[in-house]
Design a protein around this ligand. Structure first.
Ligand code: NAP
Length: 153
């Protein structure tokens, strides 16, 4: 099973040039709880923003870099990870979501309501996935959001 986890704004934006343009503690906790004990895959853009490996299992990084920090494992080609991983969470960013969407079974998507003027986006996906569950809208410090899960059709 390959899962994507992502938070998007009302325009499907995921980040601006400085990273995440919102701060929603409930979403950070949701994300941490989902990925902390699973194999995860990220791009080098995400890797650069992290202080330490977020998962106790494998923290794979798609990159051409040779030397990664301790606790991270380099992946050269997405084919290698698709073949060898039955239980993988894809945590972004934009370029990695684009390449992994075709191989993904479920999308765990947090809707953050509003336009945060993002410059990076999640790809179109709703033609191939259906909404299987959703929470009610929640609110934190004036930001509304909800948690949705999409399954492949
Ligand atoms: N809203 C959310 O849920 C969410 C989630 C995650 C990330 N983000 C945001 O997304 C942004 C990062 O996105 P991004 O698109 O800039 O970066 P990214 O997808 O994290 O990483 C892109 C980099 O990964 C490497 N890469 C990608 N595909 C590869 C392949 N097939 N083979 C080898 N290497 C490959 C390349 O780095 P090399 O040059 O090293 O090879 C490429 O420049 C950050 O600002 C982050 O905050 C948002």
């Amino acid at each position: 099973m390959i899962n994507i986890i992502v938070a998007v704004d009302s325009k499907m934006g995921i980040a601006d040039e400085h990273g995440l343009p919102w701060s929603v503690e409930a979403d950070k906790k949701y994300y941490r709880d989902k990925i902390k004990d699973s194999n995860i895959l990220m791009g080098r853009g995400v890797y650069d923003e992290l202080q330490e490996p977020p998962s106790s299992k494998k923290n794979y990084v798609l990159t051409h870099l040779e030397n990664l920090r301790e606790g991270f494992a380099k992946i050269d080609k997405i084919e290698d990870i698709i073949k060898n991983n039955n239980d993988l969470w894809v945590i972004g960013g934009e370029k990695v979501y684009q390449q992994m969407l075709d191989y993904t079974d479920k999308v765990y998507l947090t809707r953050i309501y509003g336009d945060f003027k993002c410059t990076k986006f999640f790809p179109e996906f709703e033609n191939d996935f259906y909404l299987s569950s959703s929470t009610d809208n929640e609110n934190e410090d004036g930001t509304s959001f909800r948690f949705e899960i999409y399954n492949r059709k």
